[in-house]
Design a protein around this ligand. Sequence first.
Ligand code: PAF
Length: 281
Amino acid sequence: MIQVFNYIADLQSYLKAKRDSGLTVGLVPTMGALHEGHLSLMRRAKKENDIAVASVFVNPVQFNNPVDLEKYPRTPERDVALLESAGCDAVFMPSVEEMYPAKVEDHYDFGAIEHVMEGACRPGHFNGVAIVVRKLFEIVEPNRAYFGEKDFQQLAIISKLVKDYNINLEVVPCDIVREKDGLAMSSRNMRLNADERAIAPMIYKVLRETVAEYETMSPAEMKALALKKYSDIKQFDVEYVEIADETTLQSVSDWKDSEHARIFVALQLGPVRLIDNLRIY
Ligand code: PAF
């Protein structure tokens, strides 16, 4: 039976007993409104650890847009039932006051990786992610923490956080989980209307078609091709397309300068901002 904790002290005493008996702990941090992508992280956490913990917390300090925060879907009862079905042992669902009893003033500097793409478009977003993720790591002290590659830049930021602050855990990157039609799973997808949902798979289709041209194109040509394909779809309002190195997240201008490159996109579709990415090589 899954255990639900609203208070840090209660979760910590539950976890201390588990750790004292030599059990390992895997953490899946989420903001709720769970989908199959989150559940696949949870199943993996349960497979690789004795105890699987999820957090469900819509973190206000990572939203730079108050409307986005207000409209962020919240489905707590459903989340608990889904987590239980995926093997979750304990879920941490704190209030904002429990997580932030005082105003948080921390300022992280992750260098070049935070100034591009999501970092450039959503000022303060990664600082807010780092604040909450570090807190969750300190509360749960997991052996492993699981994050999806849809938020590829977030994964890079969290890996750097763990390295810079010598946090003793393994960050486990997990493949993007997609709907049958290719749309990357996201809690935000539930805010799309039927027409928007019907066109949304084109986000991934364009990435795939563009990546297929890798042998014949320079990075700049590939980026131009993707932008052209997206601009032909009138419902899409593209924020950026980037072709970047997987480690530095900086733009690639010559394929030979990057061991692994990825194409990234962020766009607005109706009321929803969606992101996706795909490895080129
Ligand atoms: O990816 C998310 O859902 C959030 O950014 C995270 C990692 C749970 C932090 O709030």
